[in-house]
Design a binder for this molecule. Structure first.
Ligand code: MN
Length: 232
């Protein structure tokens, strides 16, 4: 077989500050409830024993600065500001001490969520896919190479809607740290270059409406922004 029946979807990519070449994305892993104050606002206990995960299709990627239509099937579409880790080397069954050598870069990302569908699924003990794997819902700012970022911890992570700050925390508030997450994920997956990990959102999540402008930042990284368009 040497041909495709139809043209394959383009490889999803994220740009990298200072690089002419793009970062090709393989998978998007997302960590749930990784800030205590956010778990509390969602009415659930934090599991400090181990992180848990869901995924988004890499084809849900959207570049920062764009407009996404208010998505179908929801009446409660939420922002979640997150630190995103971009891997640049394989990792399988690594220790937290070994994990950081697999990190290529960091970025600001938005995990846009159909909250009503996520909560309905949670209630019925069903998968979260309809709530989380939303088209254009993985919004990514350009990546910053890990070597250009100070050690993670004191950086402020924040998000505003129409200029009003809604989320405001520090990376040191992460329950499961970046090396702990990579080490844990690597017990389930052969992690690869191109794998992105969205590390969870701080407290203060909320709904957006058509016309809203969402902006998020983390000290030392390029900010992320998104405009919500009219429903299709
Ligand atoms: Mn999230």
């Amino acid at each position: 077989m040497s041909a495709y029946l139809f043209p394959p979807a383009p490889v999803p990519v994220v740009s990298v500050t200072g690089e002419a070449s793009a970062y090709p994305v393989h998978r998007i892993f997302c960590v749930g409830r990784n800030y205590a104050a956010h778990a509390a606002e969602m009415g659930v206990e934090v599991d400090r024993e181990a992180p848990f995960y869901f995924t988004k299709s890499p084809h849900a990627l959207m570049a920062s600065g764009g407009t996404m239509p208010y998505p179908p099937g929801t009446a409660n579409f939420h922002y979640e500001m997150e630190l995103v880790v971009a891997l640049g080397a394989p990792a399988f069954r690594v220790t937290p001490d070994q994990a950081m050598s697999a990190v290529y870069a960091y970025g600001c990302g938005l995990d846009m969520t159909r909250r009503d569908l996520q909560l309905k699924a949670r209630e019925k003990q069903r998968p979260w896919d309809l709530g989380k794997d939303v088209e254009q819902s993985a919004v990514m700012a350009p990546l910053t190479k890990a070597g250009d970022m100070a050690p993670l911890g004191p950086q402020r992570i924040w998000l505003s809607v129409n200029g009003v700050v809604k989320q405001d925390a520090h990376l040191s508030d992460l329950i499961h740290s970046v090396p702990e997450i990579i080490a844990d994920l690597s017990t389930f997956y052969h992690l690869q270059p191109g794998d992105l990990i969205m590390t969870g959102t701080p407290a203060g999540v909320g709904a957006v409406q058509p016309g809203d402008v969402v902006e998020g930042g983390i000290d030392g990284l390029a900010p992320v922004s998104l405009t919500i368009g009219a429903p299709e």
